[in-house]
Structure formats: C-alpha cells, structure tokens
Design a protein around this ligand. Structure first.
Ligand code: PLP
Length: 410
C-alpha cells in the first residue's frame, strides 16, 4: 500500500479561514442557519454562485471541516458526511440507480444493508442481484444492460469473506459499472481503496472514526474515477457541470432532500476520532490477530474465522489487500448456542453488546440478535451459524483479554 501519511494529514488539515481565537480544534457550529450581509449575497448563495453555508441540513462549517479532513488525508475528489453508515449506503445507492436498474451484490453483508436491498429498495424496483462476489464468472453472469453498480464489503460482516478487489474493479471498468466498497471493517488507516480501483467508499463512521462508540455517522468518499458522461442518471448533468455531475446529483437531489445530515456535534466528535484512528486500528487489529491465534490453538474452540489467519481461505488475498492485521473483527464457534451463551455470560471484561470497533471488546451471538428477523434457511444462506459468536476486539491490554477468555473457556 502506498504511504499516505494519513495521521499527519488528518491532524494538520488546514481550516478554511483562520479561527479568530486560534482554536486548535475546529469549533462546533451547533447552529441552523447562516445570514448574509445583503439580499444579493443570499440569492447568490442559493443559486450556488457563492460558496457559503446557508442551512445546516445542506452544509455546516463543522461538518464541512470533518469532510475536508478526510478529503485531505485520502485525496478523495469529494466527501459527504451523513447521519449514519446506513444513510451513506442508502443515499449513494439511490443516487446511482432508478426503478428498473439493478446492483450486483452478495447476501454476505451486514444484516441491515441486506435488509435495505431486499426490503426497502425492492418496492421501488431498485433491485439487488445476489451472487458470490468471490467468483468473477458469477459476477459477470449477473450483468445486464440495467446493471449500474457492484456493491461489496471489503471484509464482510460477519462472514469475514474477502473478494479480490482488483478483479471486481476490472469487471466494473469493462462493463461501465460503478464499484462501491463498504470499507467499514477496513477504514483508510488499513486500506487504500482508490489504489485498488474502487470508485466509491462508504463507511460507518460510527465505528473506528467516532473515536470508539461516541456517535453515529456515515461517509461517502468519491474518488472521482468514474466517467459520468455516459451514465444514464448523470448524462444531462454532465453536459452542464462536467465531472462534478454526480456530486451535484448526490448532494442536491438525494442528500439534501432525504435530510440524513450529520449533526455538528457528532462531526466534532468524529473529527477528534480521526486524529487517533491509525493508533487505535493498529492496537485493536494487533490484539485481534493475537486472540485469533490463541483461540485457534484452544481445544474448546471448534473453528476460528479471521482473514489474517493462515487457515482462512482468504488469507493470501487479505495479506495482499489489507496487510497482516486486516481487521479487529473475528468469529469463532463453540459446540452449540448454549455453550456460546455460557461463555458469553462468564466474560468479565468483554461486553455483551452489538457494535464494533469500539475501544472496548464487544461480543455478540449474531444468529439470535442481528439476524433474528430471518428464517433459519435464510440465515444459513448468509453464512451465520447457531454456534458462532462475533468478537470485536478493543484496545485493552492483550494479556487481560486473553486471561478473560481463558477463564470463560475453562
Ligand atoms: N456497514 C457495515 C459493514 C456495518 O457493520 C454497519 C453497522 O454495523 C453499517 C454499515 C451501518 O452503520 P451505522 O450503524 O452507522 O448505520
């Protein structure tokens, strides 16, 4: 991976204007509307002739500064911050497609994303075609003249499956499709999406970026790599606005009107979180690798899934795409649901909770919680087992975590 000097860039992202008090953290403009000096200036702002803030659902200085930090650090062409990871995914997908279009994806996805595709978007005839994204031919077989995008998670939650991103990118280029990656499990401190040919990155900033369970948020990163001149939904906008056609479509026709904006306070928390993103990913992914190895060697554990383990079918592609410590999420199987529950209830440090990439280690039984709304055969098709737990490893001291698991497994 090309070195980005991510942390230095994040910490030293310049302010748009000098702060009158010399504040070292960008202030929170917890405010709704911004006045103009003259009626003409207000008109120019509404017409987009003057670049200034008008109303915080559309843009806000604290949110814009948060977006600019990510742009500065990743060289993205444009960044949009939203109220949640799900808002980022739904806004982007709705901007890309229209009734009758389809998006190629997999059933191996975060449960709510799958539900978005199956239950929310289907009645509007924006259709998902589910296939195995680790099999290039199966992906190609799904493409038709109404396919607009391929959507995948870099490491799927919770199956921990890894597709070959360069191959997906080649397929997308060849068929003029937009390649969208949900990089929540591998944020920019772990993975350089642009280098791998991804057009759009969506991620839940609720996770690592929030600083550790502080606030809900989401991000869309547009690398400016897709040619919008011949894309059905942007053809007309392209004639008027050139390469910013999609950004205008996203911001003015979807994001503004759906209203899923990030609050200034959350943008402030997440700006702070960005400063320590790399430190926290480094620590928690190191812990995860060590725990995965420890669990794998434990006689009470039937199976451990972690893409950074040599036993993983995705080990080689994982190392190539994300390095030796790819993520802080792993799953492992005991003999039954009852054994999982006994183990979970004995834990003293790890918390029984949903969410991931918190500073605290979190454990959940996905089958009976996140995926409980699905019938058994569908849960099985999603790769979720009754005897499986999902562990999100935090930044505690590793010896304390191992001691906690050891006493609970005895
Ligand atoms: N994508 C992935 C991979 C996730 O794990 C999650 C949440 O856990 C989301 C998206 C949704 O994020 P949010 O909860 O911020 O809406």
């Amino acid at each position: 991976m090309k070195k980005r000097n991510l942390t230095t860039k994040l910490i030293h992202t310049p302010y748009p204007v000098k702060d009158p008090h010399g504040s070292l953290n960008y202030p929170v403009y917890d405010n709704v509307a911004f006045e103009a000096d003259t009626a003409e200036e207000l008109e120019a702002a509404f017409k987009g002739e003057k670049n200034r803030h008008i109303y915080s659902r559309i843009t806000n200085p604290t949110v814009a500064y948060f977006e600019s930090k990510i742009r500065h650090a990743t060289d993205a062409y444009s960044v949009t911050a939203l109220s949640s990871g799900m808002a980022a995914i739904s806004n982007l997908v709705m901007a890309l497609g229209k009734a009758g279009d389809n998006i190629i994806t997999t059933r191996h996805l975060f449960g709510n994303t799958l539900s978005l595709f199956e239950k929310t978007l289907q009645p509007y005839e924006l259709l998902a075609r589910f296939t195995d994204l680790t099999n290039p031919q199966k992906v190609i077989d799904q493409i038709d003249n109404r396919t607009v995008a391929i959507f995948f998670e870099t490491i799927t939650n919770p199956q921990l499956e890894v597709a070959n991103i360069e191959i997906l990118s080649e397929i997308a280029r060849e068929h003029n499709l937009v390649l969208v990656a949900d990089t929540t499990l591998t944020p920019p401190s772990v993975f350089n999406a642009q280098e791998m040919g991804v057009d759009f990155e969506v991620l839940s900033s609720t996770k690592y970026i929030s600083g550790g369970g502080t606030s809900v948020g989401g991000l869309i990163l547009d690398y400016g790599t897709f040619d919008w001149s011949s894309f059905a939904k942007t053809r007309q906008l392209f004639d008027e606005h050139g390469s910013s056609a999609f950004n205008i479509l996203l911001r003015k026709q979807i994001f503004r009107n759906m209203g899923a904006c990030l609050s200034p306070h959350n943008a402030y928390m997440q700006s702070l979180g960005l400063d320590t993103l790399d430190l926290r990913t480094e620590r928690s992914t190191s812990n995860a690798l060590e725990i995965a190895n420890w669990l794998e060697s434990h006689s009470a554990v039937q199976k451990v899934h972690y893409p950074g383990l040599k036993s993983s079918p995705f080990y080689e592609i994982t190392i190539k795409q994300f390095g030796e410590k790819p993520c802080s999420l792993l799953t492992f199987d005991l003999g039954s649901k009852e054994m999982c529950y006994t183990f979970m209830n004995r834990l003293k440090l790890a918390r029984r909770s949903t969410n991931l990439q918190d500073n605290k280690t979190l454990i959940i039984h996905p089958y009976s919680t996140i995926f409980a709304e699905y019938p058994a055969d569908q849960i099985a098709a999603m790769g979720i087992r009754d005897a499986m737990m999902r562990l999100s490893v935090g930044i505690e001291d590793i010896e304390d975590l191992i001691e906690d698991f050891d006493q609970a497994l005895k």
